[in-house]
Design a protein around this ligand. Structure first.
Ligand SMILES: CC(C)(COP(=O)(O)OP(=O)(O)OC[C@H]1O[C@@H](n2cnc3c(N)ncnc32)[C@H](O)[C@@H]1OP(=O)(O)O)[C@@H](O)C(=O)NCCC(=O)NCCS
Length: 199
């Protein structure tokens, strides 16, 4: 059997990215009260301790099954404020995707910006993934700004791309290529011998 992924701790300016802990249940509870987060994630829409623990266990299982890296975004005080995931389903084709959310009480303080910047840098320079992708609904200006300030470029509108709640929704497709951002001057680029390629 393949080794589980090792989810590192990553410094993210005034924030920290770290693996999920059972003590993060209050974060799951607040996220479950959000109008939107449960629609686009597996955060339970109706919170109970059992459902919260199951959510955290699901995050751990992403590493065991190598589905992806999932991080808690924590403030320097260690208060957990959000989540960022790097999903590896299409890694064999050299692509990974990002997803992120921050609870309402912590928004507008740079948490998503810091977290996405940090995961992008790590994915491009350490994991040497050739292409990062994400999908955003056209109304979601906060997420669009978060993606664009990290260097993602809009590629187009994917019509009726995803089921969100009761409806099919359009999504903007965004991407960021390794050579567009990776470690200026270091000469590190995506190569056939990248750690993920299995070669
Ligand atoms: C999108 C989300 C993660 C942003 O989190 P955040 O921590 O508040 O974002 P930040 O404070 O780091 O701000 C990042 C950028 O978005 C901008 N921004 C934040 N909230 C905004 C809003 N309501 N409207 C427009 N721009 C906004 C910020 O100004 C900043 O851009 P700038 O550097 O150009 O000024 C958060 O709103 C959220 O969790 N929303 C619900 C879940 C979601 O939509 N996830 C993304 C799915 S694709």
């Amino acid at each position: 059997m393949e080794q589980p992924l090792d989810v590192p701790e990553l410094a993210a300016g005034e924030f920290m990215l770290r693996p999920w802990r059972l003590s993060d249940l209050p974060l799951v509870r607040e996220a479950s009260e959000d109008d939107y987060i449960p629609l686009i994630t597996t955060v339970p829409s109706s919170y109970s301790e059992e459902a919260g623990v199951a959510f955290i266990e699901r995050q751990w299982s992403r590493a065991t099954t190598r589905a992806g890296y999932t991080f808690v975004i924590a403030a320097c005080s260690d208060r957990p404020v959000g989540h960022v995931g790097l999903w590896l389903k299409n890694l064999a084709e050299g692509r990974a995707s990002l997803g992120y959310w921050v609870v309402k009480s912590a928004r507008g303080q740079g948490a998503a910006a810091a977290a996405v910047d940090t995961v992008v840098d790590w994915a491009l320079s350490d994991l040497r993934i050739p292409r990062l992708e994400l999908w955003v609904e056209p109304w979601n200006m906060a997420s669009i700004r978060t993606a664009e300030r990290a260097g993602f470029q809009r590629e187009g509108l994917l019509r009726s791309w995803q089921q969100v709640g009761d409806e099919r929704r359009d999504m903007f497709m965004y991407s960021l290529l390794n050579h567009e951002r990776c470690c200026p001057g270091s000469g590190r680029q995506a190569t056939a011998a990248a750690p993920w390629s299995g070669s």
